[in-house]
Design a protein around this ligand. Sequence first.
Ligand SMILES: Nc1ncnc2c1ncn2[C@@H]1O[C@H](COP(=O)(O)OP(=O)(O)O)[C@@H](O)[C@H]1O
Ligand SMILES: Cc1ncc(COP(=O)(O)O)c(N)n1
Length: 272
Amino acid sequence: MSTIPRALTIAGSDSGGGAGIQADLKTFQELNVYGMSAITAITVQNTLGVENVYPLPPKAAAEQIDAVGSDLGVDALKTGMLFSAEIIQAVADRIRAFGWTKVVVDPVMIAKGGASLLLPEAVHALKKSLLPLAYIITPNIPEAETLSGMHIGNMEDRRNAAKRICSLGAKQVVIKGGHDDSGGDRVVDLLYDGSDFTELHGQRIFTKHTHGTGCTFSAAITAELAKGASSAQAVQTARDFIQAAIESHLGLGQGHGPTNHFAYRRLQGGVL
Ligand SMILES: Nc1ncnc2c1ncn2[C@@H]1O[C@H](COP(=O)(O)OP(=O)(O)O)[C@@H](O)[C@H]1O
Ligand SMILES: Cc1ncc(COP(=O)(O)O)c(N)n1
């Protein structure tokens, strides 16, 4: 019998392949984890932006989760674009019914190009129904501001926002630093595990090819949790993965291009 770790992504499809379900499955594969998906919405998207969003019925998301959960098994899962309060509710119900605990919530709200990937009225459902199920939640700075209800202008604010987000029920939080350009050539992600803070520092890459960085980062955390890594180890591997992926982006498309999901394998000495 195979003992390969299994990870599930519950997210939207990005036809351009750089974010969403596609980025998640590529990341799982690169980290040697068996990937499964439950699609919540289909986006018509390329590097120039999101042209349209077709949400699926909440029942379709729930049935996909049931299908994989009842048969293949799930060691860890992540959520990405969930779009509506009804889909959030359906997803939260299934996570609770299966009793899954290694749950990474990427609270996707707005695409880099400005398109809304979560209806404004669904923020309440995200906070109330999904956030308490999160083992790790991974907001970027604008998402952390929405969840915490406070402005984040510096690292002290970020620490306070992290505490507030944990007080809403998430066990741990990583507030990502991609949107904070005050650090010059450094980028800092902040992990709060409910008692201690860890700063993960990296080299900021000056590029427009950062489409899907948040999806890829949270998928890498999920893959590592599926393998049994601690949250600190999982977040560090995810940081290394996304750093390599941005550094050697593929230069695809005319707009905000995808990162290079092959790069981490190359870094580890694997064959391309
Ligand atoms: N220009 C960059 N250089 C290096 N790392 C980056 C850069 N932009 C984002 N990252 C990393 O990518 C991940 C996603 O960050 P962020 O851009 O803040 O999230 P999101 O994609 O959700 O908006 C984080 O680990 C962050 O440190
Ligand atoms: C289906 C889907 N899910 C998530 C994102 C967010 O990714 P980004 O913030 O890099 O645009 C996206 N653009 N599309």
